[in-house]
Design a protein around this ligand. Sequence first.
Ligand SMILES: [Zn+2]
Length: 263
Amino acid sequence: MIVKQIWTANNYRNFNYLIACAETGEALAVDPLDHEKCANAAKAAGWKITQILNTHEHRDHTGGNGPLVQKTGAKILAHKNAKERIPDMSRGLSAGDVIKVGRTVELEALDTPGHTMSHVCLLSHTDQPALFCGDTLFNAGAGNCHNGGHPAELYKTFSEQLAKLPESTLIYPGHDYIENNLRFTLSREPDNKRAQEMLDRLKGQDLDKAFVSTLAVEREVNTFFRLTSPSVIAKIREAFPDLPEKPDQRTVFLKLRELRNSW
Ligand SMILES: [Zn+2]
C-alpha cells in the first residue's frame, strides 16, 4: 500500500489522499475535493484512480467527485446512509466492509458517527495500520458536531473504536488543524510538555510534507484522549464548577467538545 497525502492549500485546510496498490497501480482517492491535484498526483505516479471514498457527506469532502468521475470513471463509495446526500454513489458501506484496491490493498470500513451520522473511517490491513479518519479525529483534536453530528455519538466512536486501535496506527485526517488544536490542548493542559514541544516543532511546517502522527502520539497530545489527566479535569472544573471532583470520561469529553466550540 502506498499512501500519498495531498495538501490542498485551500481555506478549509483539507487533506486529500491517494491510496494505491504498488503492484497494479490502481488507486482509491479519499475525499478528493481538489480533483485536479489528485488527478495530477495519480498521473505523475503512474496510477489509475478507480474508486473514490467519501468519509462523509459534507461538500468540502464530496465537491470533487463529479469532475473526477468524469475524468476517470471511478466508482463512489461512502456510508450506506449517505446515499440521499451524495449523488451517484455506487457502493454503500457498513461497518466491517472491506474495500480492495488493486491486488494488494485492503481497507476496512469503520462506522464512526459523531461529526455526522453517516461517517466512515478506513483502516488499512497492513503491518502498521493506517486510519483515514475524515473529520472524526484530527491531529490533536476531534471533529465538531455542528452540521448533522452528535457529541455523545462522537464520544462513543472515540472510546469504543478509535481508542482500541493499535498504538502504532498512522493517523491521516481530513484537515490540517494541528497548530490550533495543540494550542487548545495547552489551554486545557498547560503542563503538557509533549504538546508544547510539538507546537514549537510543527508551527509553520511544510504541509506538502506534513507530520503524520500515530495513535500513541495522539494519546499524548490530543485532549480528547486525555480524559483522566488531572490537569485536564482541573481546568474543566474551573469552567464548570458544578462538576464532581472525579467526573466520568464521557462528561469530560462532552465538556471539552463544548469548550472547543467557543474557544
Ligand atoms: Zn465535515
